[in-house]
Design a protein around this ligand. Structure first.
Ligand code: GDD
Ligand code: MN
Length: 405
C-alpha cells in the first residue's frame, strides 16, 4: 500500500519521482490531508495536535495526516518526525530534491490512500474547524469543496489595504486570462480545500508555484463544487514565503491553463496541420504514380491499363506509409501491432477507391450540368475529394476510440 511505503531505513515516507500523477490506487481511508511545510518549526506541534484532535472526532482512524516538508532549515521535518510515535495517523515526508508548495501537495497525495484528498496550510492561518464542513460536502457528493474568504462566513482578519488590493487584483487578472478556470469559485487563491481522488486521478498535473487549486480546476474532472466560508487567520509564528516570484509564477500558470484549453479545442475542430500533411502526402503520391507509370510503360513495356492500375496502387502504398508514419503518427502510435496497421492499410485502400469513383462521378455531373471546362471540373473534383478523403480517413482509418476521455 502506497501510504506505508517508507524510506528504507527510516520512518519517513519515500518521495515519489517522475510525473505528478495521483494514482487511482487502492483506497484504505476516507481522508488524506496533506500539510505542506517550509520553516514551520514553531507551528507544527500545535498544528498536529489540533488537526488530529479534530479528525479523531469526525473520522476516527479513517484518515491520515501527511506532512510534506522541503527539508526546512529550521528542522520542521525533524520535529514532525519526533511526533510520529504519539500520532498513529501521522506520516512525514522530507523532500530534498524538489521544492515548492504545489508539488509538495501532489507528492503527498501520490503516496496517500484516501478517497478524499485535502490540503491545509501548516501555519494555522486556516482554521481547522472548517475541515469538518469541507469533509461533509465531499461525503454529500461534491467533487470539490473549497474554503473561501469571499462567501458567507468568510473573511480576512487584519490585512492591509495593499494586501487586499493585490489579492483582488490577482483574482481579476485571473478572470481576464483564464475565466473558465478562475471564474468557477469565489476564492481561486485558496490553498484550503478537499477534492475527490477520482476527480484528479490519472491526470498529469503540472502546477506552477503556489496556486494548486487552479490546476485542479483546469485539469480535473470537477463537476459539483461547494464553497465553505472561513476567516483567514493571522500568522502567530514564522513568516509567509510569498515573494514577487509567486506572482510571476501565478501569471505564467494562468497563461498556460488558458492556452492549453483553447489550442486543444481549436486543433480538434480544425486539424489544419494534419490536413496540410495529408495534402503534402497526396501531392507526393502524384509523382510516385507518374514515375512508376513511366517506368512500367517505357522500361517494362506494360500496356497502359495494367500500368495505370499498378502505379496507382504503388502510390496508394506510398501515401499510406507516409500518412501512417507522419500525418497520423500520434494515432497509429495508439494502435500498435502489425494487425492494426494492416487494418488501417486495408481501410485506406478501400477509401482511395471510393475517392476515385467519387471523383469520376463529380466530373461527370459537373461537365453535364455546369458550364465549367473539363479541366476545371477535374480540379474542383480533386479538391472536393481530397477534403472528403481526409475527413473520412480521419474518422475511419485512423480512428481511435478513447473511452477514457
Ligand atoms: N513543502 C513546502 N514547500 N511548503 C511550502 C513551501 C514550499 O516551498 N512554501 C510554502 N509552504 C507552506 C508553508 O509552510 C505554509 O504551510 C503554506 O505552504 C502556505 O504558505 P504561506 O507562505 O504561509 O502562504 P500565505 O499565508 O501567504 O498564503 C496562503 O494563503 C492563501 C490565501 O490567499 C496560502 O495557503 C495559499 O495557498 C492560500 O490560498
Ligand atoms: Mn500562511
Amino acid at each position: 500500500m502506497p501510504a506505508l511505503a517508507t524510506d528504507t531505513l527510516s520512518d519517513l515516507l519515500s518521495v515519489p519521482v517522475g510525473a505528478l500523477v495521483v494514482p487511482e490506487g487502492e483506497t484504505a481511508v476516507l481522508l488524506s490531508l496533506v500539510v505542506p511545510t517550509y520553516n514551520e518549526a514553531g507551528n507544527v506541534g500545535l498544528l498536529v495536535q489540533k488537526l488530529t484532535g479534530l479528525l479523531d472526532r469526525i473520522c476516527p482512524e479513517d484518515y491520515e495526516l501527511i506532512i510534506v516538508d522541503d527539508n526546512s532549515p529550521d528542522g520542521t521535518w525533524e520535529i514532525a518526525r519526533s511526533l510520529l510515535p504519539d500520532y498513529p495517523q501521522l506520516r512525514v515526508m522530507r523532500r530534498t530534491e524538489e521544492r515548492g508548495l504545489s508539488t509538495a501537495v501532489i507528492r503527498g497525495w501520490q503516496v496517500s490512500c484516501g478517497r478524499v484528498l485535502g490540503v491545509i496550510d501548516g501555519d494555522l492561518q486556516h482554521p481547522p474547524e472548517v475541515l469538518e464542513k469541507l469533509l461533509a460536502e465531499l461525503v454529500a457528493g461534491a467533487d470539490l469543496a473549497v474554503a473561501s474568504r469571499h462567501v458567507e462566513g468568510g473573511g480576512i482578519s487584519e490585512w492591509s489595504v495593499f494586501r487586499r488590493l493585490t489579492s483582488r487584483g490577482a483574482q481579476i487578472l485571473g478572470l481576464m486570462i483564464a475565466p473558465n478556470v478562475v471564474g468557477r469559485v469565489s476564492d481561486p487563491m485558496s490553498g484550503y480545500f478537499m477534492v475527490q481522488r477520482s476527480a484528479i486521478a490519472q491526470q498529469i498535473l503540472n502546477p506552477q508555484g503556489y496556486k494548486i487549486l487552479l490546476e485542479i480546476l483546469g485539469r480535473g474532472e470537477v463537476g459539483r463544487i461547494s464553497e465553505v466560508g472561513y476567516v483567514f487567520q493571522e500568522r502567530q509564528d514564522g513568516e509567509s514565503k510569498v515573494t514577487w516570484r509567486q506572482y510571476v509564477e501565478y501569471l505564467q500558470h494562468l497563461v498556460r491553463l488558458r492556452s492549453d484549453g483553447r489550442l486543444e479545442k481549436l486543433k480538434e475542430r480544425f486539424p489544419v496541420g494534419r490536413f496540410l500533411r495529408f495534402g503534402t502526402v497526396g501531392f507526393s503520391g502524384v509523382f510516385v504514380d507518374m514515375g512508376v507509370f513511366w517506368m512500367l510503360t517505357t522500361i517494362l513495356l506494360l500496356a497502359p491499363v495494367p500500368a495505370t492500375v499498378l502505379s496507382a496502387e504503388v502510390a496508394v502504398i506510398n501515401n499510406f506509409i507516409w500518412n501512417d508514419r507522419w500525418t497520423f503518427a500520434d494515432r497509429s502510435g495508439q494502435q500498435p501491432g502489425r494487425r492494426s496497421a494492416l487494418k488501417r492499410f486495408w481501410k485506406f485502400n478501400v477509401l482511395c477507391l471510393v475517392g476515385i469513383v467519387l471523383q469520376g462521378t463529380l466530373v461527370g455531373v459537373m461537365s453535364k450540368f455546369a458550364v465549367i471546362p473539363a479541366i476545371g471540373a477535374k480540379l474542383l473534383a480533386i479538391a472536393l475529394v481530397m477534403l472528403w478523403n481526409f475527413w473520412i480517413n480521419l474518422k475511419l482509418s485512423w480512428r481511435v476510440t478513447d473511452t477514457k476521455r
